[in-house]
Structures are given as structure tokens and as C-alpha cells.
Design a protein around this ligand. Sequence first.
Ligand code: 13P
Length: 331
Amino acid sequence: MTHEHTQRLHATAQTMVAPPRGILAADESPGTMSQRLQGVGVEPSPTARRDYREMLLTTPGLAESVSGVILADETFNQELSDGRSVPQACQDAGVLAGIKVDTGAKPLAFTPGETVTEGLDGLRDRLKDYAARGAAFAKWRAALALDTQLPSERAVLVNAHALARYAALCQEAGIVPIVEPELLMDGDHGLERCAQATSYVLEAVFGQLRAQGVDLAGIVLKPNMVVAGLACPQQPSAQEVAEATLAVLRAHVPDDVPGIAFLSGGQRPEVATANLAAIAVQDTPWKITFSFGRALVDPALRAWAGDPARWQDGQGALDERVRANAGVLAA
Ligand code: 13P
């Protein structure tokens, strides 16, 4: 990579994580988005999905709290009702356009209950095309089940390997990769077990990123917070989550990574914000921010519910959540 190319990647990564802004994950696949729409009584269709994303994207003042929006391929290729392309609308709104490039978590051979995230085939050409059409960054999510036995060494290895291959291809194309290894919150595991598994996963991921020549100053890490499983009877306080999360990250995330943008992973919106606040108040070598999906958009989806008359209610609900999260980030 030329010096200029590298500098551009670094600058984009810094923009993505500079406080007080975070990243809006609005990249649900058409299947998942359809289910979410049905959940609030909206008949799913490409237009309904477009309308919902248009409501989010055109929220007044979005760029004050949001640096970038992660889009699904369908959305990236759509036009808003006024005829602007979605990447153009992102630019007009003052936010970077991001693109989810993995094609989903698929069952992994010989490992019941575990998955490997796919999408490497043809990725170099797809990235080139997305970059030409305005994508500044990309996302790839590895989803790892967590219990007393899982994730298996095999699932961690193949997912870390794929994340690093994706990240290298992104950087080659001039796109900043969001590297997202997610330990799922399903189950009754405690905080300690999540800490142990997150350490193991991050060690494997950074091992692969280094082995494959990825420039760590040109990525954004999107990890899970260290939390207890949703079914665990003992739910930790925000202070406990922050301490456990930072202990793990300090031990495994190199200082040259510019920023850490947490996923919400199914935490209730207010809980995710409280945990983020407790983390962000600490001194860290990397910027701390959010890249929440559900914790930002669920209230907006419910407030809008497909009703044109409630368009502003939806935008107000999104505005409330993005400002609440931006408000806790260190200035
Ligand atoms: P959640 O914050 O809803 O976990 O989504 C973030 C994301 O982008 C998952 O890949």
C-alpha cells in the first residue's frame, strides 16, 4: 500500500471513532429486516425496508452523534423517495457510508451448534465496486456461541482466519474494515466465562490479523462487551461490566488500533448505554464508541411502525438513543 493509501485508511478509521460520534448499524439482511417489520405490523417488501431506512437516515442532526451508517447490500443499492442514491444521501447527511459484506453465518462442518461466517468469494471485486460507489468502510461479523464448552477452537480459528482475510481485502480496496468477533449473549453463562472466552477469541483474531499483514491502525474493532448471558440469574452492574471488559481489552487489543466500537448484542437500550458510559469514562489507549444496532433502532422502529404520520416519532426515538450514547463518550 502506498503511504497515501495508508494515510487515507487511518484518517477514515479515526473519523469513524472520534468522540462524540458512534456508528449506526442498520445493516440487517432483508430476511432479518422483514421479520423486524412484521414484528411491528408492517408488510415487508423492498419498499417498506427502504422507507424504514430512509426514516433513519434522514433524521435531522444525525451527523452530530453518528459518524457512519452500516448498510446492507439491498439498501446500498436503493434510492430514497426523492431519487437520491443511499450512499449519496449518507454523504448529504454528513455520515460515512458503510457496507456489510459478509453473506452470513453458516453451519460449520463437524461442529454442531457453531457457524462460520461466509462471503470471501468474489470479495475483492465487490469491495472495488462498493468503494467506487462511495463506501468508506465495511463490516464482517463472526458470531460465536458461548457456553461451558463453546466456542470450539475450530470455530474460533476459522472465523478469525476469515475476519483477517476480509480485513486485508478491505484495506487493499481502500475501505476500513470493521472487525466484529461477537460472542453471543444467549445462554446462562456468567461474566467470568464471557471474559475468558472473549480473551481467547481476541487473541486468535489479532494473531490472524497480524499473520495476514493487516494494518491495525486502519481497522475498527467491534467486540461484544464482557457481559453475563441473557439467562444468567446474576446480572453484573455497569461498573462490573466495564471493569471486566477493559481488563480483557487491555490484555489483548494492541494500542495501535484506533478505536473500539461496541455492539449491543441484545442488551436493552438503556443497559447498553449505561455499560458504555462506565467503559468510556476510563482512560484507554484506543477511542471508545458504539456501533449499536438494536439498541439504537428498536425504539425507532416501534415508534414509527410503518405509519407515515409517525415518521417524526421514529426519528425522535432514534435521535434520543444516538444522543444518549454520544453523550457518554469522552470528549
Ligand atoms: P447489535 O448492536 O444489535 O448487536 O447489532 C450490531 C451489529 O452490527 C451486529 O452485527
